[in-house]
Design a protein around this ligand. Structure first.
Ligand code: CP3
Length: 354
């Protein structure tokens, strides 16, 4: 493997000195880019795109060709893991993900097994290897997975939900069964992330999109504890470097101190928390990644620049900040505004690392 030419992201995630604040954007390869829509049309569907390593490599690189980003993120989806468990993932156009066989019956929960990533998710590992080759050391590649709890939400509901009625019914009626799902998911996520690291992922991120919908007590018991288990099982070094880990609980800003204590290198932040106060709360335990409201990019280039300036000032002097959005980029974003944002971070951030 060729040497990494730009390791700013990896250094910032480990709070090592950097010359400027690195930036990447959640969902940076997506429907706001016309070239993504063209490749997706060629693939036939979103899932076909995920399952084709050539095309997944192509769309992973698309945002890097346009913007001065400091990382690539594997193009895939968190729901490939429950799909590999046999739940039958499909997408309804304009409505999001569905499972043919949601996990509701006790017998099905008892039968659930963690998939062997090499046997059942080989297409993702092929994509990781191929993206690494195509990047040729330009920037690091981030691998990812859903959190055990967030995966369980989709597995039990069988689709996106606003209230998680079935998952929370299980949580309060049969916590033993939810724990059983989460144990299998934690094993599956650990194996999956380790396989991505083995294939070439240089940092990993756990997306806990729905942990924030739990009570503080339930969050610790049903989401945080299982992310801690995953972190305990991760390979921490590869190619002679530490592989930094990031955990992101959307809606988790009240619990940053707890999250910072479970063995990750960095926390992803949504936009509900002031970056400066988040930094004071976690101290020197972890780096922070975030947390621009993605809607700022709908406001125009000027808004993007002034809000970027505000965020950089809120974090303040020194390393340990990775500039990102507080959630995925909106499909209605104009790419020119993303250019303005990324360029502003590049232009304004060196002053904070002098
Ligand atoms: O960040 C990246 O560029 C990497 C790719 C990535 C995707 N999904 C591609 C995608 C990542 C990291 C994800 C994670 C993911 N997927 C999460 C966690 C992060 C979050 O957004 O909270 C969740 C909850 C999912 C599940 C999922 N996938 C949903 C709910 C949807 C439909 C919503 C939508 O935007 O339509 C998807 C589809 C999806 N995943 C798209 C992309 C680019 C859009 C699909 C398309 O092209 O039609």
């Amino acid at each position: 493997m060729s040497a990494l030419k730009n390791d700013t992201l990896l250094r910032a995630l480990l709070r090592e000195p950097v010359a400027y604040t690195p930036v990447w954007l959640m969902r940076q390869a997506g429907r706001y880019l016309p070239e993504y829509n063209a490749t997706r049309a060629r693939a036939g569907s979103f899932l076909a795109l995920c399952r084709n390593p050539d095309l997944a490599t192509e769309v992973t690189l698309q945002p890097l060709a346009r913007f001065a980003l400091d990382a690539a993120i594997l193009f895939s989806d968190i729901l490939t893991v429950p799909d590999a468990m046999g739940l039958g993932l499909y997408f309804v156009e304009g409505e999001g993900p569905r499972f043919e066989r949601p996990l509701r019956e006790e017998w099905a929960i008892r039968d659930l097994r963690a998939p062997d990533p090499v046997a059942h998710l080989g297409y993702v590992l092929d994509a990781v290897r191929q993206i690494r080759r195509a990047l040729d050391g330009a920037v690091p590649l981030i691998g990812f997975s859903g959190s055990p709890y967030t995966l369980a939400c989709y597995m039990v509901e069988g689709e996106s939900s606003s209230d998680f009625r079935h998952t929370k019914t299980l949580l309060y009626r049969r916590p033993d069964l939810l724990h059983r799902i989460l144990e299998v998911n934690a094993r599956a996520v650990t194996d999956y992330l380790n396989a991505q690291i083995e294939a070439g992922a240089q940092a990993v991120m756990i997306f806990d999109t729905w942990g924030g919908a739990l009570t503080p007590h339930a969050y610790r018991e049903f989401s945080l504890a299982y992310m801690g288990r995953v972190l305990d099982g991760l390979k921490r070094e590869r190619e002679g470097r530490r592989v930094p880990s990031v955990i992101f609980t959307k809606g988790g800003s009240l619990w940053l101190e707890d999250m910072a204590a479970i063995g990750c290198d960095a926390l992803g932040l949504d936009w509900s928390v002031d970056l400066g106060s988040a930094r004071r709360r976690v101290g020197d335990k972890v780096a922070l990644q975030g947390n621009l409201d993605p809607a700022v990019l709908l406001g125009g280039a000027q808004a993007a620049e002034s809000e970027a300036a505000r965020l950089l000032a809120a974090y303040g002097q020194g390393s340990g900040h990775v500039f990102n959005l507080g959630h995925g980029i909106s499909q209605y974003t104009v790419p020119e505004n993303v250019s303005a944002l990324v360029d502003a971070v590049r232009r304004l951030s060196p002053a904070y690392h002098a």
